[in-house]
Design a protein around this ligand. Structure first.
Ligand SMILES: Cc1cc2nc3c(=O)[nH]c(=O)nc-3n(C[C@H](O)[C@H](O)[C@H](O)COP(=O)(O)OP(=O)(O)OC[C@H]3O[C@@H](n4cnc5c(N)ncnc54)[C@H](O)[C@@H]3O)c2cc1C
Ligand code: FES
Length: 254
């Protein structure tokens, strides 16, 4: 894993919903080294621990990285107040992202809520070969629809209250689709349902896990997760071994 720390200038900031923000930073070599599904640790003044945020988009030509995040506490509230022209101290790119394989195969991307941003860069590689299924609480929470469409992806949206698109669970949308590989990120119940569908259809599936993190580089035990390989269970680290895992290697707690 090759990562670096850099002081990056904020090039652009947008507010996408009431509590979701979109920051593009000038990140030179970090953008050059990054791949879809990896994440960054963003420094927040006054906080010992950096905040892990997924890389939403990589523009190697422009040397920029894009982050889309939701305000959850003090750290993300500080990030939401950051302004273009200011700088962010970023440790990146971290972890193992999505293995894309053959981008001409029919891929389906499944994202729930703030689990949607990490899928954007990977879906870009598949263009019109990808269907992107995203689920949100309501119409006001929908993010990145036009960004996926700009990739050429077919976008299907589900909302919990039926205020936009399909009324129900995003995973219901998998039923009518034909696909040969799944990529997913979102809440654990959604990921479990995606893994069940993948197993039932015999389709490979990669999921991105979120775990509370401290160092982000495998040096503490902050993000231990249970994994299995060849029938043997062991503990790994979400930050170093993931955050993206083959669905079959994850042992769900509970
Ligand atoms: C690999 C990874 C990728 C992520 N990508 C995104 C993203 O693209 N967009 C986004 O909105 N959020 C993302 N998160 C969640 C994000 O890290 C938390 O919302 C954020 O750290 C909360 O910080 P806070 O200071 O606002 O909240 P506080 O609750 O004050 O945070 C306190 C501590 O808990 C940690 N923490 C809190 N919630 C989480 C969480 N859900 N996951 C991991 N650590 C947490 C913080 O890093 C910090 O150390 C990601 C998490 C991980 C692990
Ligand atoms: S956060 Fe320290 S080992 Fe993963």
């Amino acid at each position: 894993m090759k990562y670096d720390v850099m002081l990056c200038k904020i090039a652009e900031k947008k507010q996408l919903t009431a509590d979701v923000f979109d920051l593009t930073v000038e990140a030179g070599e970090l953008a050059e080294a990054a791949s879809a599904g990896q994440f960054a640790q963003l420094y927040v003044p006054g906080k010992t621990l950096r905040r892990p945020i997924s890389i939403c988009e990589i523009d190697r030509a422009a040397g920029t990285l894009r982050f889309v995040f939701q305000i959850r506490g003090e750290g993300t509230a500080w990030l939401a107040d950051a302004c273009p022209g200011g700088t962010l101290d970023i440790l990146a790119p971290l972890g193992n992202g999505y293995s894309l394989g053959n981008t001409r195969q029919k891929a389906v991307f499944v994202g729930g809520g703030i689990g949607v941003p990490p899928l954007l860069e990977a879906a870009k590689a598949f263009g019109e070969n990808a269907a992107v299924l995203t689920g949100f609480r309501n119409e006001e929470s929908i993010i990145l629809k036009e960004d996926f469409e700009k990739n050429g992806n077919r976008v299907l949206i589900a909302t919990d209250d039926g205020s936009f698109g399909y009324y129900g669970l995003v995973t219901d949308l998998l039923k009518g689709l034909d696909f040969t590989v799944i990529f997913a990120c979102g809440p654990v119940p959604m990921l479990k349902a995606v893994c069940r569908t993948a197993a039932a259809r015999g389709v490979p599936c990669q999921i991105s896990l979120e775990e509370r993190m401290a160092c982000g580089i495998g040096a503490c035990l902050g993000c231990a997760c249970r994994l299995k390989k060849d029938g043997t269970e062991f503990y790994g680290h979400v930050c170093k071994d993931g955050p993206v895992f083959d669905s079959e290697t994850v042992v769900w707690e509970g």
